[in-house]
Design a protein around this ligand. Structure first.
Ligand SMILES: Cc1ncc(COP(=O)(O)O)c(C=O)c1O
Length: 351
């Protein structure tokens, strides 16, 4: 296929109708979308065009069999106003990992990054500049072949949308340690960013919220004994000055923020270990006063401090001070707007 992206811009941007200093992620969408079609065994016709409805056949296979995957990332602006992306190559790789698991075609990684760059450059006026804000980018792929029957589809769409986003959880969060429902099991699809994983999490998250919690803390599907991850975040604990985070056991999403936070913490001289973590270990550390900090990390939220973990059987309060987590949050945010040196080479200019 030709990877030249055809561009048809809107005559007038809607950005003036949106207060970028007061936006909530997911409600407003930018003027354009990137679209690419997979037919006859190859990706075709990459284009950036006006955001619009897409006619969908009622038998489109994604609607029935769930071949749908997505990514999430954020564009920011550097100090000179240049639009910036954070590790888009990692999102490209993860999308293809998800595609492989779900029997979907690979999307060329260079086209993925190029499409994001061109899309972000065109939508740069939609990037909010208030601290902690960004333009959320949502690349996704779904099966659009009209067919009823269980097999991989033969046609797909890959699309990128943009939605300006304010700072996510500015408050500390309470986690419900889920002991009835599970998110993922080894050999399942938990490692993939598959739409169905999120569908399965909706009802348990509603139950957790009804009990006064913000998010679900997922435990392992076997024994509800090991900590996995949180809603749309990976999780870190600091015990006696050292950090631990659950290892990528086969059912946890390999977060790009997670891998970046591990690098940042090690660079600052902290020991970080990826290993299985039992809930009882965290309870014990809390009881004996060695649990110092706990936080969730993910693109949508950045770093979210955790103030409480509990369920109907226990409540565990976390220390109020989060000095290292705050430092990591500030460093990551500063790198993303080029206020701090990008010594890891994570930032990609979108121009
Ligand atoms: C289930 C889940 N875990 C973890 C994360 C964090 O991943 P990332 O840091 O790449 O946003 C996300 C968000 O994408 C997620 O949906």
């Amino acid at each position: 296929m030709t990877s030249e992206i055809k561009i048809s811009k809107v005559k007038e941007s809607k950005v003036t109708q949106v207060d970028l200093d007061n936006v909530t992620m997911g409600f407003n969408f930018t003027d354009h979308m990137f679209v690419c079609d997979y037919t006859n065994g190859e990706w075709q016709n990459p284009r950036i065009e006006a955001l619009n409805l897409i006619p969908t056949h009622p038998a489109a296979m994604a609607l029935h069999y769930g071949q749908a995957i997505f990514e999430g990332m954020k564009a920011t602006k550097g100090q000179d106003g240049t639009p910036l992306l954070f590790r888009p190559d990692q999102n490209a790789k993860r999308l293809n990992f998800s595609a492989d698991r779900m029997g979907m075609p690979q999307f060329p990684e260079d086209l993925f990054v190029e499409a994001l760059k061109q899309f972000t450059a065109i939508e740069k006026d939609w990037i909010p500049t208030k601290e902690g804000s960004a333009l959320y980018l949502r690349p996704f792929m779904y099966a659009d072949e009209p067919f009823i029957g269980m097999r991989a589809a033969t046609s797909y769409k890959f699309i990128i949308l943009g939605s300006p986003a304010g700072p996510f959880f500015s408050k500390k969060i309470k986690l419900f340690a889920e002991n009835k429902y599970v998110r993922a099991v080894n050999g399942g699809t938990g490692e993939a960013k598959a739409a169905g994983n999120y569908a399965a999490a909706i009802r348990p998250t509603e139950y957790a919220k009804a009990k006064g919690y913000d998010q679900v803390l997922w435990l392992d599907a076997q024994d509800f004994e090991y900590i996995q991850e949180v809603g749309t975040m990976n999780i870190f604990f600091k015990i006696e000055g050292k950090f631990i985070t659950p290892d990528l056991s086969g059912s946890i999403l390999a977060g790009i923020t997670r891998m970046s936070v591990i690098d940042l913490l090690r660079d600052k001289g902290f020991e970080v270990t990826e290993r299985p973590i039992k809930l009882t270990e965290i309870k014990e550390a809390s009881a004996n006063g060695t649990l110092e900090e706990a936080f969730g990390v993910g693109t949508a939220v950045g770093i979210a401090m955790i103030e409480e973990i509990g369920n109907d059987d226990f409540t565990l309060k976390l220390p109020a001070e989060n000095p290292v987590s705050n430092m990591v949050n500030d460093t990551l945010n500063a790198i993303k707007v080029q206020k701090a040196e990008d010594k890891f080479g994570w930032i990609v200019e979108a121009k």
